[in-house]
Design a protein around this ligand. Structure first.
Ligand code: FES
Length: 96
C-alpha cells in the first residue's frame, strides 16, 4: 500500500508513513516531540494539532473521556494520517 505524506508546520518537515499510523507516531518519525501526557489515550488534550490541509483518515476511540477540542483541531494520538495531511502541533518541540 502506498505511504501517506504528512507535513508538520512550522517546521516544514514532511514524512511518509504507512496508512493507519497516528499523527503522533508520524511526528516522532519526523523528529518532533509532541506533548502526550496521557500516553496516547486521548484524554489529556496535550497532543492537539491544528489541521492545516486535508483531514485525518480516521479518528480512533479515546481510552477514557476524550479531551474536547475546538473546531479544526485533532488529537494527534487518535488521528490517523491521510496522504497530504498538514498539521501544526500546539505543544511540540523539534528534537531531530
Ligand atoms: S496524548 Fe493525551 S490526548 Fe493525545
Amino acid at each position: 500500500m502506498a505511504g501517506c505524506r504528512v507535513r508538520f508546520e512550522p517546521y516544514g518537515i514532511e514524512v511518509t508513513v504507512s496508512p493507519g499510523t497516528t499523527v503522533l507516531e508520524a511526528a516522532r518519525k519526523a523528529g518532533i516531540a509532541i506533548a502526550a501526557q496521557c500516553g496516547a489515550r486521548g484524554t489529556c488534550g496535550q497532543c492537539a494539532v491544528r489541521i492545516l490541509e486535508g483531514q485525518p483518515a480516521a479518528i480512533r476511540q479515546a481510552l477514557g473521556r476524550a479531551a474536547a477540542l475546538p473546531k479544526g483541531m485533532a488529537l494527534a494520538c487518535l488521528a490517523e494520517v491521510a496522504d497530504g495531511l498538514a498539521v501544526r502541533p500546539v505543544n511540540a518541540v523539534r528534537v531531530g
